[in-house]
Design a protein around this ligand. Sequence first.
Ligand code: F6R
Length: 485
Amino acid sequence: MKVFVSPEEEIFFKAIANSIFALVKKKPNCVIALPTGSTPVGLYNELVKKFEQGRIDFSKTVFINLDEYAGLGQSHQQSYSRFLRKHFLDKINASEKNILLFNGKAADLNEEAAQREKFVSASGIDLALLGIGENAHIAFNEPGSGEKTRTRVVDLTASTIEANSRFFSGKGDVPTQAITMGIGTILKAKKIVLMAIGAKKADAVKKMRDSKPSGDIPASFLQLHKDIEVYCDKEAGALLENVLPVELNGTKIYFEQNLPRGKNIVFISPHPDDSAIAAGATLSMLAKNNNVFVFVMSSGHHAVLNGEDTEKKIALRESESSAEAQVLGTTPVFLRLGFYDNGEKNFVIDRQRLLQEFEKAKPDIVFLPQERDTHPTHAFSRRLAVEALAKTSLHAELWNYETPWALFSHGTFNAITDFSRETLEKKITAIKSHASQTRRTRFDVAAHDIARFRAISIAEQILSDFGENPLKIRGYLELFAIEKK
Ligand code: F6R
């Protein structure tokens, strides 16, 4: 089960919509099962918008619904058929013959259920979209439902009646029975995508992924499916560890909750202050759940403008780095590599030194200056790191970072980390620890403005719809280009 957590639900709706477009394009007559409820409304809006922009043709797609209240006809205000038509099906070019919705008022609901099973056996389901109940029901498979259950008439539990009473004038008006596709029926879908929004779903989502599959937690049977993706907002995913970032048009969207955990991380910092300037926010978030080592490659003494004594300058810059590490929660490793004073002739010795440090730290992730960073100290440090790593048996993921000397241009990054004002303050404090440098150049101001600029312009950069309906990233960003080695 792949669980993606996103800072905002708009982001995952866009990601799911993109995968639906890809499916419909590849297989125009695919079969899609649709949920009702508060959760999928944003997805339907996104699909309708794309349809109105002429980007997708649903005329051959077959739509079925997951469930329906028993006793409510298709035109009833609260029927699931009406909901799906109102929010989605009547707004796109779905063909009436391809809309197969339950009739909750059918004379024989068991026959209605049998028809659905027959249809699913013959046509299959390409994609089942799901929500999840607070009691971990999927469709209307309430606790007690078995793994092999088929489409059938079920009794609703008191908690579901309570949760859904918000749509009716009172609890007494909520039907007590429903017709629902079974868990076994849903598990037959080629792909399943489940969405969860809000703190009320956090417990159900946690149990769905982390407890042993059982009828007490109907959604836990989804663990048995080979191709299931779960998308949560930060509240619904709050109790989970080890979750993935949502990917939108090839860009991974990280924030504190979905960053890697339990890893060894090395940051190649050509000068003592590059770590804070380039990635202070990301490093401070990573340091909470990982071992983060900052390899300070050069002593940086050339950039201390006052005084004559080189040793004192080195000591000053290292003490500034130690202060930065206190703020960010990282561990500095001072390498004082000879290339900084002697250039190319020190390459082999420096590479050997770095190699030893890599062997000690055993990084799963290495941050390094991006390839287009032409600042000589940055470029040399990158080359050393790449060549030293190549001589180890480590398989580290490389997170290339940008600096004020070399910002990423369009299409050259593939990950962002979204962070709060509080984390930004930490980054700024870390940069200001390097007072010998901020006295020269206001790197703190530059880093603040780059983080803001990135947040403001990101929708333009990674969405195909040119900033229309911009992502709700209201904070600050750092950008990376991640490569697997
Ligand atoms: C509805 C359905 C239900 C809902 C669940 C969550 O078709 O299948 O399982 O997905 O009750 O409802 P909301 O989204 O309203 O919280």
